[in-house]
Design a protein. Sequence first.
Length: 152
Amino acid sequence: MQTTPSKKVLIALDYDPTALKVAKSGYRIAKAMNAEVLLLHVLRDMFFYSTMVMNMGPLQSDNVLELKDESQNFLDKTIQILRDETIRTLLKEGDFASSILAVAGSVHADIIIMGSHGHKWLKNIARDSVTERVLQQTDIPLFIIPITKIVY
């Protein structure tokens, strides 16, 4: 009896208030594909996080270990919002694009889902270096969700 390998959808989330939109849209796509869902967050430099506020609340840490804990909490809260305990999470450190590409390859993702910021999102993909680099360097299909900044 031959089994078909399970499909995997990698959803890359950044620390931005629009991340939940990317997670929800990516989750719907994964469920339509009957695929396993992997949520990825890549930790970058501390200054970047000190200036960001999440839809889950502001980051309060300048300690790397606490930052990792808060980032994992963000992924765990996203799982709770999506109401699916089968979702796997991955937390990596480093360059966004390189980490997304490395994880996608190592888990044998069938599709990568990520957001692209800006009102003219399609025209701005070339200026969004993370999206551009992932798009140019992968053979894995990439689904880009156009998102706009939430203004408080």
